[in-house]
Design a protein around this ligand. Structure first.
Ligand SMILES: Nc1ncnc2c1ncn2[C@@H]1O[C@H](COP(=O)(O)OP(=O)(O)OP(=O)(O)O)[C@@H](O)[C@H]1O
Length: 263
C-alpha cells in the first residue's frame, strides 16, 4: 500500500518574487553635481510604483542609468534579477521604456513604427506584425494601424509609444512623465491603460511624475528630491511617515516645497 503524504513537500511554498527593478546604492555625477546620491529603491513585480519628484530631482537620470544610456559606475541595478552591467542583454530584454520626449517617426504609419521596433528586438516580420496588432488592440488603436502617426492626437501617440514598448513582452515598464502636455481625459486614458498592464498582466511599472493626482491609494511611492530618496512605501505609509494627512502634505514636508497637485 502506498503511504499518503500528510505534510507538503519542502519546496511547496512559492519562491520569493524577484523585484521587477532593484536599484542599490547608485550615485551619478555630472561634473561636480550629484544628480543621484546613493539611491536605493525597488519596483516589486506586478506593482505600480510612482517615482514622485519635482523638476531636477533626478528621475530622468535614473531612467538613463536603468536603460544603459549612462553607465552606472557605483552600486547595482537589476531588472528581474539581471544586473544591467553584467547581464545587459538579458536585463534589457525584460525592459520596456517610454521616454519623456516623443520618439515616434511621424511620417511612418503606426504599424511601421511598431514593426521597426520589433526588428530592433530581433522579432521576425510575421511575428512582429502579429504582436504589433495585439498591443495596438490592447491600446484601443488597432483601427489606426495604417494611419500615419502625424494624424494621431498627443494622447494617442503616447498610447502607441506604450504599445511599442510592450512589443517584446517585457516584465518591467518605465515611463518618464508620460502625461506631460496631455489633457485630463487623455491622462486618465493613459493611466488606465498602464494600470491594466499591472493588474491583468502582472507587469511592474515605474511611473515618473510630479503630479500627485496620478497616484492612487494602493500604489507604491518613491519620493525623490535633489537626487536622494526621501521616502519609499505605500501611499499610506509615505503619508504616515511624516504624520501628514495626505500624500500632497507628505510631499510638502519631505521636500520642503510648495506641493499643491502638480509640484
Ligand atoms: N546631461 C547633463 N549634464 C549636466 N547636468 C545634468 C544633465 N542631465 C541632468 N543634469 C542635472 O542633473 C539633475 C537631475 O536632472 P534630471 O533631468 O535627472 O531630473 P528630473 O527629475 O528628470 O527633472 P525633470 O522633471 O525636469 O525632467 C539636475 O540638476 C540637472 O540639471
Amino acid at each position: 500500500m502506498t503511504a499518503v503524504p500528510t505534510t507538503p513537500p519542502l519546496d511547496a511554498s512559492p519562491p520569493a518574487r524577484v523585484p521587477a527593478l532593484a536599484v542599490s546604492g547608485v550615485t551619478h555625477r555630472f561634473g561636480d553635481r550629484k544628480a543621484l546620491d546613493d539611491v536605493t529603491l525597488r519596483v516589486p513585480a506586478g506593482s505600480f510604483t510612482a517615482l514622485l519628484g519635482p523638476n531636477g530631482a533626478g528621475k530622468t537620470t535614473l531612467f538613463s542609468l536603468v536603460t544603459r544610456l549612462y553607465d552606472n559606475r557605483s552600486g547595482s541595478i537589476e531588472v528581474l534579477g539581471r544586473d544591467v552591467r553584467l547581464q545587459a542583454a538579458a536585463a534589457l530584454s525584460q525592459l520596456g521604456v517610454v521616454f519623456q520626449a516623443r520618439t515616434l517617426d511621424l511620417e511612418l504609419s503606426v504599424l511601421q513604427n511598431l514593426l521597426y521596433h520589433a526588428t530592433l528586438h530581433g522579432i521576425g516580420f510575421a511575428k512582429g506584425r502579429q504582436r504589433a496588432m495585439e498591443v495596438l488592440a490592447r491600446a484601443g488603436l488597432a483601427d489606426r494601424a495604417r494611419d500615419k502617426v502625424r494624424t494621431l492626437s498627443g494622447g494617442q501617440m503616447r498610447r502607441v509609444e506604450i504599445a511599442r514598448a510592450l512589443i517584446h513582452r517585457p516584465r518591467l515598464l518605465l515611463l518618464d512623465e508620460p502625461t506631460v502636455g496631455l489633457d485630463i481625459a487623455s491622462r486618465a486614458a493613459l493611466l488606465e491603460q498602464v494600470r491594466s498592464l499591472v493588474s491583468d498582466d502582472g507587469i511592474g511599472v515605474l511611473w515618473a511624475t510630479h503630479i500627485i493626482e496620478e497616484i492612487m491609494p494602493g500604489d507604491r511611492v518613491v519620493v525623490l528630491h535633489r537626487g536622494k530618496v526621501r521616502a519609499e512605501g505605500t501611499f499610506d505609509e509615505v503619508s504616515a511617515m511624516v504624520e501628514a494627512s495626505s500624500l500632497s502634505a507628505a510631499f510638502l514636508a519631505l521636500v520642503g516645497e510648495q506641493a499643491g497637485g502638480a509640484i
